[in-house]
Write a protein that binds this ligand. Structure first.
Ligand code: DP6
Length: 334
């Protein structure tokens, strides 16, 4: 017999894609148009506790101590419905989420959030999932969360087909990597809220950008090249491929109608500094997501030099390394 009230706490970290996920072939099941590949970071963890509350009529969600309402609450409750369905249970839950990302840095991550929620909720509702199943579940909350289930480098497979076949075949898995020393310098240029959510921007790009299909094709080739570069432990190649893939993604958005532009003048200033670093013989390569902030891949021994080079024009910088996969807090299920 399961105890009447179960509780679990899980920790997960954000990930940064080196081969980007941008566009879904199925919005409901969160099936992507193409494979993507990321590195999980060792900073900005999310810790989430899920406690079943049989007496409550609905889910109660707090984010850094403040009650979530509107869309954030709806997304968490819809996600818990998936877990309840699967577990054959109906109790409401109390969800407490804490992010260690500095508030106002514009770096909050749905990837660490839904990876931690998937693990804590599945444990609290009595499900024991293999990593692949956990990754498929986290994917339903936010696509990139499928990759934060794993530490190090992770490849999220687009999978094949539609419906249940697509759902079963789309999950992340760890990528074996040669001896690669890599750090990521995070240059925060603008901490403000996004003008358009990544979800809406992705949809518009798929629906209207004439550059979208060609980018998906080139992204497939980038992924093959990236796997080779990772196996060889070739940081220069890893960086070059990551940078071209990210710029291509932003090009597809710029060609959307109306255009989606996340990159700001301050972003371009950092990109200029990164080019200058390369001319000075430092292996430094940039990638940007659905926002103006820049993440710079480099050797750990060069990280401080990179920080100094990108400092002008940025409000904050952080140095991250490879981090761990999602985990349950020992003794936290009960
Ligand atoms: C630019 O995973 O946030 O960071 O699946 O709609 O929740 P949804 O999108 P999300 O998109 C992340 C997009 C990206 C690239 C990436 O992480 O691969």
């Amino acid at each position: 017999m399961l105890p009447e009230q179960l509780c679990a706490t899980a920790v997960a970290h954000p990930n940064i894609a080196l081969i980007k996920y941008w566009g879904k072939r199925d919005e409901q099941l969160v099936l992507p148009a193409a494979d993507s590949l990321s590195m999980t970071l060792d900073v900005f963890s999310t810790t989430t506790t899920v406690r079943l509350d049989p007496a409550a009529s609905g889910d109660h969600v707090t984010l850094n101590g403040a009650a979530a309402t509107g869309e954030p609450h709806r997304r968490v409750a819809a996600f818990l419905d998936l877990v309840r369905d699967r577990a054959g249970r109906s109790e409401a839950a109390v969800v407490d989420t804490r992010n260690t990302v500095p508030t106002g840095a514009g770096l909050a991550s749905s990837a660490s959030g839904f990876a931690a929620l998937a693990l804590a909720a599945s444990a609290a509702y009595g499900l024991t999932l293999r990593d692949t199943e956990l990754s498929r579940l986290a994917r339903r909350g936010s696509g990139s969360a499928s990759r934060s289930v794993f530490g190090g480098f992770a490849l999220w497979r687009a999978g094949e087909g539609a419906g249940a076949e697509g759902d079963m075949s789309s999950y992340a898995e760890p990528v074996p990597v040669g001896n690669l020393d890599v750090s990521l310098v995070i240059a925060v240029v603008d901490a403000g809220p996004k003008a358009i959510s990544s979800r809406a921007a992705m949809r518009r790009t798929v629906d209207t950008s004439p550059l979208y299909r060609p980018w998906v094709e080139s992204s497939r080739a980038d992924l093959d090249d990236m796997r080779g570069a990772l196996e060889r432990g070739d940081l220069e190649a890893v960086g070059e491929i990551a940078e071209r893939n990210a710029l291509g993604m932003h090009a597809t958005m710029l060609a959307a109608r109306p255009a989606v532009r996340y990159l700001s003048p301050a972003t371009l200033t950092v990109l200029d500094s990164v080019s200058q670093l390369r001319r000075d013989g430092i292996a430094a390569y940039a990638t940007m997501d659905a926002g103006p902030n820049v993440k710079v891949l480099c050797r750990s021994s060069d990280a401080e030099r990179v920080v100094r080079a990108v400092r002008s024009g940025t409000s904050q910088t952080f140095v991250a390394r490879l981090g761990p996969g999602a985990s349950l807090r020992p003794g936290a299920v009960g």
